[in-house]
Design a protein around this ligand. Structure first.
Ligand SMILES: [Zn+2]
Length: 435
């Protein structure tokens, strides 16, 4: 008979060769061929191979092939339920059962159990997206790698990747929440050994703006020695009620640049990203968070527009020096200044590069360097004798107080040098930050 003694070829031959060496459950056998056939589960692949193997051996046994009968007798404990009845017919007893050499037969159960727990966590946290990770003991990984190597299996995937995908699918089906591989709300880490699932919520990020209505308010909390705060309040502290609302460990402010501690932030507000670390709730509306912040104090107002991405934080940080800002400054002069001199001041600061050496007041924490910053325009109006209000449009990173007083010549040109009398900034507000 044709092919009577021919070895089983192709995939089926490979499957027989693997099972001769060690028992594998449906999933672990199927996984050795995971990249063959699309839209199949590894359990289906394994089941198909084992079924076909039983059929092929049965065909050969029926044709009188004694070696096939021996092979079947040997493999039956590794072929699972698909071989049981035939084995009973042939040998009058039940075959033994051997546990999978990779997963010990636990894989299916681990997947189901972990998926149920993971879905529960997604719901409890109110996550809008998730990612499944899997920790597999070294011994399991090694067992799997040995089989792949010995049998030259190039279409296999790893057990961790099967757990991730299968748990992910089930969580999506159970909760309706989609996985996100780039920036998930939370990572669900399955421990293969114990079957436990750990929830790792990623920080919540919200895009928005802030307004600082008072002075002597720093942007971030500024702690001196012995836990003493340098300034009574900070914008970052104003965000704390939002952190509390979602059970986060703390709130971090990522702003596009910063104003001086004694400058207010008015006008259009300053763009920022609010980060809430280790949140316990992930489904909070930005509007609700902003309300919580705004109703808890009166010095800082925020607007939160929606969720931000990690890259937004980087963007805000990198662009901080480049963006255009508009400042409102109140300044006084030693000698009074007439209207013609004010007009000359406005003329002198039309699109001009200002040379600034690091101001003396920040020298203790900044390197002493020279930088050039553009001033695009200045508008001045008189408030009283020797007292004026200026609107200054300039490149970010300009030290405005020094633009006014000249910092003993370290900033040039300055209001002082152009007016010919010492000018000093009394009040400074930021009224526009471009992003
Ligand atoms: Zn297995």
């Amino acid at each position: 008979m044709i092919g009577r003694d021919a070895p089983v070829e192709g995939l089926l031959g490979k499957a027989a060769e693997i099972l001769r060496e060690q028992p594998l459950c449906d999933r672990c056998l199927g996984r050795m061929f995971a990249r063959l056939g699309v839209g199949l589960g590894n359990d289906e692949r394994g089941k198909a191979l084992k079924t076909l193997l039983v059929m092929e051996l049965h065909r050969r046994i029926r044709s009188g092939d004694v070696s096939a009968e021996e092979e079947f007798k040997r493999l039956a404990p590794r072929l699972g339920s698909y071989a049981t009845l035939l084995y009973e017919q042939l040998f009058g007893e039940k075959p033994g059962m051997e546990a999978c050499a990779v997963c010990g037969g636990r894989l299916g159960e681990v997947i189901e159990k972990a998926a149920a727990r993971a879905a529960e966590l997604v719901s409890n946290y109110g996550a809008q997206s998730f990612l499944v990770g899997c920790r597999v003991p070294e011994s399991v990984v090694e067992a799997e790698e040995r089989i792949k190597l010995r049998h030259g299996l190039t279409y296999a995937e790893s057990i961790a990747s099967e757990v991730r995908r299968e748990v992910g699918k089930r969580v999506r089906d159970l909760t309706g929440v989609e996985p996100d591989f780039a920036e998930p709300d939370m990572v669900l880490l399955v421990d293969f050994e114990t079957g436990y699932v750990d929830a790792h919520p990623l920080p919540l990020l919200f895009k928005g703006r802030y307004w600082k209505l008072g002075r002597r308010i720093s942007q971030s909390k500024w702690i001196l020695r012995d836990n003493v705060k340098k300034y009574p309040f900070s914008v970052e502290e104003a965000l704390e009620p939002a952190a509390k609302l979602v059970g986060a460990s703390r709130a971090v402010l990522h702003a596009a640049g910063r104003e001086d501690v004694d400058a207010r932030m008015l006008g259009t507000g300053r763009p920022m990203v609010v980060e809430l670390k280790l949140p316990r709730r992930l489904d909070v509306q930005p509007k609700r968070l902003a309300e919580e912040i705004n109703s808890s104090q009166e010095l800082v107002i925020v607007v939160l527009d929606g969720r931000a991405r990690r890259r937004d934080v980087r963007l805000y940080k990198s662009e901080r020096a480049k963006t255009r800002k508009v400042y409102r400054a109140v300044f006084v002069t030693d000698a009074d200044v007439n209207d013609a001199a004010l007009a000359a001041l406005e003329e002198a600061f039309k699109d001009v590069k200002v040379r600034q050496q690091t101001p003396r007041r920040v020298l203790h924490r900044r390197p002493d360097i020279v930088r050039y910053r553009s001033v695009y325009g200045v508008k001045v109006r008189r408030l009283g004798p020797g007292m004026f209000e200026a609107l200054i449009s300039a490149e970010g990173g300009l030290y405005v107080k020094e633009l006014i007083n000249g910092d003993e010549g370290r900033t040039e040109p300055s209001f002082s040098s152009v007016l010919g009398t010492q000018a000093e900034c009394l009040e400074l507000d930021v009224v526009y930050v471009e992003l």
